[in-house]
Design a protein around this ligand. Structure first.
Ligand code: NCD
Length: 321
C-alpha cells in the first residue's frame, strides 16, 4: 500500500467516536503525543491557531472539560469565546437554531458544544459550516473523554491491542462508556463491563463487550479498571439500594486494589464520588492516574482542534511545534 492510501481521512467534525476509524484515532493520539510538552507547559504556546476563533458553547454544567478546552485553544493561540447557557440568551428561551445562527454571523471558526440533549452537536453541524466538536451530549457520546482515556492508557501500557479493560458502574446514563467502548474496540482492546443490572443499557449485548457478574473475578486479569461516576442527576428512581451497598458490590477499595496485577491502572473521568464508586484510598493511590487523565486531556483537545482547524489539508503536527 502507498503512503497516500494509509493517510487518515481528514475529519470535518468530531461528533462521536463512531465517526472515526482506527487510523484517525491513532492520528489524534500521535498528534497529542507531540503536543503534550506544550500542554504541560514545558514549552510555551504555539501560534498554530492564531487568528482563529473557537467558541465554547456549554449548555450543561462542566468544570474540567470546559477549562480543558479553554486552555487547549489558548495554548494554540486561538481566540476563545466562552458561552454558557446561564447568562446568555439561551436562558431567555432563544432556540438552539437561533443561537447557532448568531454564532455563525459572528464568524466563529469552530464550535465546541456540550449539551444535555443527545444529538445537539449533529444538529449544530447541520446549521453551521464550521467544524463542530462534541464535548458531551446527553447520554450519547463524549469523544474527547474517550480519546484522552485511551491516550493515557497507551502511555502506561503501550499498544492497546489485546489489553483488557473493565468498565465498572453506571453504564446506562454514561456517554463516556459508549465512546470508551468504541475507542477501545478500534484499538483492539478487550472490554468487559460490570454493573448493577439496573444500570446496564438494554442494548449492551450489541456493544461487543463481555458482561461480567462479579468484579472480584475479573480484577486479576485486567490492565485497566475504568470506574464510572454514579450519575445521580440522571437517576429519577432508585437503581440500587444504597451508596453503601453500591460500594460493597461495585466500588473500588483497597481490598480490590490488592487483587490487581502489578501493571494495572485505575481510571475515572471525574468528577468522582469518593466513598461510592471509588474509595479515597484508591483515588489517592499511585495506581490511580486520574490527574494524569486531566493533564492529558489538554493535549488531546489541542490535537483535535489542530486536526479540525489547521490540518485540514492533511499536513502533519510538526507544523504545530
Ligand atoms: C463526564 C461527563 O460529563 O460525561 N465528565 C467529564 O466530562 N469530566 C463524566 C461524568 O460526568 O461522570
Amino acid at each position: 500500500m502507498t503512503a497516500i492510501a494509509t493517510e487518515p481521512a481528514p475529519m470535518p467534525h468530531l461528533l462521536g467516536i463512531d465517526d472515526l476509524d482506527t487510523a484517525q484515532v491513532v492520528r489524534i493520539l500521535d498528534t497529542a503525543e507531540q503536543l503534550l510538552p506544550i500542554a504541560t507547559r514545558e514549552r510555551n504556546t504555539v501560534p498554530t491557531l492564531r487568528g482563529k476563533v473557537v467558541c465554547n458553547l456549554f449548555l450543561e454544567d462542566s468544570t474540567r472539560t470546559r477549562i480543558s478546552f479553554d486552555l487547549a485553544a489558548k495554548r494554540l493561540s486561538a481566540e476563545v469565546l466562552n458561552f454558557s447557557a446561564k447568562g446568555s440568551s439561551v436562558s431567555k428561551g432563544e432556540s438552539f437554531k437561533d443561537t447557532a445562527l448568531t454564532l455563525d454571523a459572528m464568524g466563529v471558526d469552530c464550535v465546541v458544544v456540550r449539551s444535555g440533549s443527545s444529538g445537539a452537536p449533529l444538529q449544530l453541524a447541520r446549521y453551521l459550516d464550521v467544524p463542530i466538536l462534541n464535548a458531551g451530549d446527553g447520554w450519547h457520546q463524549h469523544p474527547t473523554q474517550a480519546l484522552l482515556d485511551v491516550f493515557t492508557m497507551r502511555r502506561h501500557l503501550g499498544d492497546l491491542a489485546g489489553r483488557h479493560v473493565v468498565i465498572v458502574g453506571d453504564l446506562l446514563h454514561s456517554r463516556v462508556a459508549r465512546s470508551e467502548v468504541q475507542a477501545l474496540t478500534l484499538l483492539g482492546a478487550k472490554v468487559s463491563v460490570v454493573a448493577p443490572p439496573t444500570l446496564l443499557p438494554p442494548q449492551v449485548e450489541g456493544w461487543g463487550v463481555e458482561l461480567v457478574a462479579d468484579l472480584d473475578e475479573v480484577l486479576p486479569d485486567v490492565d485497566v479498571v475504568y470506574l464510572l461516576r454514579v450519575q445521580r442527576e440522571r437517576m429519577h428512581r432508585a437503581f440500587f439500594p444504597s451508596s453503601r451497598e453500591y460500594s460493597r458490590l461495585w466500588g473500588m477499595d483497597a481490598r480490590r486494589l490488592a487483587l490487581l496485577g502489578e501493571q494495572a491502572i485505575v481510571m475515572h473521568p471525574g468528577p468522582m464520588n469518593r466513598g461510592v464508586e471509588i474509595s479515597g484510598e484508591v483515588a489517592d493511590s499511585d495506581r490511580a492516574v486520574i490527574t494524569e487523565q486531566v493533564t492529558n486531556g489538554i493535549a488531546v483537545r489541542m490535537a483535535c482542534l489542530y486536526l479540525l482547524l489547521a490540518a485540514r489539508g492533511g499536513s502533519d503536527a510538526e507544523e504545530a511545534r
